[in-house]
Design a protein around this ligand. Structure first.
Ligand code: F0G
Length: 454
C-alpha cells in the first residue's frame, strides 16, 4: 500500500519500476531512464471539476489566483501540503489573436498563448512554483539549475520567496542580459561556466547526485507537473473547445513533454475527446530532436556545437527528449526546423501584432509558415489546413533580449552573430525583412512635419 496517491514511475517500457514520491529522484535508480509522476486520481466528476476551475478564476484565494494551483487536482500534492505552496501569482497568461501573423503564415486565424506574461517573464514560472514547493516540502536547503537564462531567473525568484539558497549554472556570455540581471537581482549565487549549456547541465546533474543540491531542471518531474497546467489553463480559457494544433519551441523539451503527459491524462480521465497535434519547432543550428526523428534513431542524435541567436534554445543535448518523442507519438505530432532569418522575421511579424516575444518563441510562427508552404507541395508528408484551429505557445517576454530586437531593426543581426562567434557562414547574409529603423532628426518642427508627411 502506498502512503500517497502519487508515485514516480520509470518511463522505460521494459522497466516501469515505481518509487515513493518522497524520495529525491530525477532518474530511475535502476535503469537511469526518465521518471514520470503518476497520480491515482479519485473518480472525478468531469463536468463539476471544469465548472470549479472556471469559478476559481473569480476567487481571491492565492491558490485560486495562481494559474497553476487553480488546477491542483492535477498536481501531486495532498490538501495538507498546500499550506506550503510558494507562489508569485504565476500563470494566467492570456490567449491573444494574432491576425497579421496568421496572414503571414497563411492561416485564417492564429491565436497565441503568451507564457512570457508571467511574473519572471517566461513559462518557467508554471513549473517552478511546483518544483520549489516540493523542494521546501523535502526540506532542501540549496537548489540548483543549469540554464540558458529563463530557468535561472524563475528559480531565483521563487527561491527568494521561499527563503531557499539558489545556485545557477549559466554558460558564460551566452545568455541574454535581461535574464542574467534577474538572477542577480533575486539573489541567486550565479556561476558563469566557461562552456556551453550542455556542459553546465552535465555538471549540475553530477553535482546533484554527489551533494545536497536539489536539481530544478525539467529532468525533475515536479517541474513538468507544473508546466502541465499550461494546457489545462488554455482549454479552460477556450471553454474546452480543443484546438487542432499546438505549436511550441523545442529546446530542452520540457514544454512538449509536459503537454504530452497532460493530454494523456486529460484524455484518459474524459476531460477531452480530441487531442491537439503537438508541433515542435527547433532552430536549424540546434536541432537534436529533429535529427533524431529524421534518422529514425533510437538514441538521441546530439548536436555538439549547437548554435542559434535564439539563445534560450541553444541546446544540443536535451534531457527530456524521450518524453518529447512520446508526446509526438501520442498526438500524431510533428517536428521541424527553421532558419535564423525565418525566426527573426517571424518575431518582427508578431511585433506588428503588438505581441513582443523572445526569438525562441517566434520559432512557432516561423515553423507554421514553413509547414504551410510545405503543405502546398504534393510530396510533403505534413499537411496544415489554412482553416485549422491553431494555438502557438509563446514562451518568453520580448524584454528578456532587447539587444536582439534592436539589432534586427538596425539590420545588424548578421554582425551580431559574427560578434557572438556563431557559425554564420552557414546562413549567408541575414536580412531583416521588416526592419523598422529609428530616424535621427534635428529638433526642428518643420523638418519633422516634412518627414512625417503630415
Ligand atoms: N523558449 C524560451 C523562452 C526558453 O527559455 C526555453 C528554454 C525554451 C523556449 C525551450 O523550452 O526547454 O521546454 O523545450 N529555456 C531553458 C532555460 C532551457 O534554461 O531557461 P523547452
Amino acid at each position: 500500500m502506498r502512503d500517497q496517491p502519487f508515485f514516480f514511475r520509470c518511463i522505460n517500457q521494459s522497466c516501469r519500476r515505481e518509487f515513493e514520491i518522497s524520495q529525491k529522484l530525477y532518474q530511475c535508480p535502476v535503469c537511469s531512464d526518465l521518471l514520470d509522476i503518476l497520480i491515482e486520481h479519485p473518480t472525478m466528476d468531469v463536468v463539476e471539476l471544469k465548472k470549479t476551475f472556471h469559478q476559481r478564476r473569480a476567487s481571491n484565494d492565492p491558490l485560486d489566483l495562481s494559474g497553476v494551483w487553480r488546477y491542483r487536482e492535477f498536481l501531486p500534492f495532498l490538501k495538507e501540503d498546500l499550506t506550503h505552496v510558494v507562489t508569485l501569482g504565476e500563470g494566467n497568461s492570456p490567449v491573444v489573436e494574432a491576425p497579421r501573423s496568421a496572414e503571414y503564415i497563411g492561416l485564417s486565424r492564429l491565436r497565441v498563448k503568451h507564457l512570457g506574461w508571467n511574473p519572471t517573464g517566461s513559462f518557467k514560472d508554471y513549473g517552478m512554483t511546483v518544483a520549489v514547493t516540493q523542494a521546501r516540502k523535502l526540506g532542501s536547503r540549496v537548489v540548483a539549475c543549469a540554464s540558458t537564462g529563463n530557468t535561472s531567473a524563475s528559480m531565483a525568484a521563487f527561491c527568494a520567496r521561499a527563503n531557499l539558497r539558489a545556485v545557477v549554472f549559466i554558460p558564460e556570455g551566452q545568455i541574454a542580459f535581461g535574464k542574467l540581471s534577474q538572477a542577480l537581482d533575486y539573489g541567486a549565487r550565479t556561476l558563469q561556466i566557461q562552456g556551453n549549456f550542455d556542459a553546465a547541465m552535465g555538471l549540475v546533474q553530477e553535482l546533484s547526485q554527489e551533494s545536497e543540491l536539489y536539481l530544478m531542471n525539467s529532468i525533475n518531474p515536479f517541474r513538468l507537473e507544473g508546466q502541465k497546467t499550461v494546457m489545462i489553463e488554455l482549454f479552460d480559457q477556450l471553454n474546452w473547445k480543443i484546438p487542432d494544433r499546438i505549436v511550441v519551441p523545442g529546446g530542452n523539451l520540457g514544454n512538449s513533454s509536459s503537454y504530452g503527459k497532460v493530454l494523456m491524462e486529460l484524455k484518459e480521465l474524459g476531460f477531452i475527446d480530441k487531442v491537439p497535434r503537438i508541433t515542435i519547432i527547433q532552430a536549424s543550428g540546434a536541432d537534436p530532436l529533429y535529427r533524431t526523428l529524421v534518422t529514425s534513431s533510437r538514441e538521441l542524435v546530439p548536436v555538439s556545437d549547437a548554435w542559434t541567436l535564439a539563445s534560450a534554445i541553444k541546446i544540443g543535448r536535451p534531457i527530456s527528449w524521450k518524453k518529447a518523442v512520446r508526446a509526438l507519438d501520442f498526438t500524431d505530432g510533428w517536428c521541424d526546423v527553421v532558419s535564423e532569418g525565418e525566426i527573426a522575421d517571424a518575431k518582427a511579424m508578431l511585433g506588428r501584432d503588438g505581441i513582443g516575444c523572445e526569438p525562441a518563441s517566434a520559432t512557432t510562427v516561423a515553423g507554421l509558415r514553413k509547414l504551410m508552404t510545405l503543405s502546398r507541395s504534393s510530396e510533403s508528408e505534413v499537411s496544415v489546413d489554412p482553416d485549422e484551429d491553431v494555438v502557438a505557445i509563446l514562451t518568453g517576454h520580448q524584454l528578456k533580449d532587447p539587444e536582439y530586437t534592436i539589432n534586427y531593426h538596425l539590420d545588424n543581426l548578421y554582425e551580431h552573430a559574427v560578434y557572438e562567434n556563431l557559425l554564420v557562414e552557414k546562413w549567408g547574409k541575414l536580412n531583416s525583412t521588416f526592419a523598422n529603423q529609428p530616424i535621427v532628426v534635428p529638433p526642428d518642427k518643420k523638418e519633422i512635419i516634412r518627414l512625417l508627411e503630415l
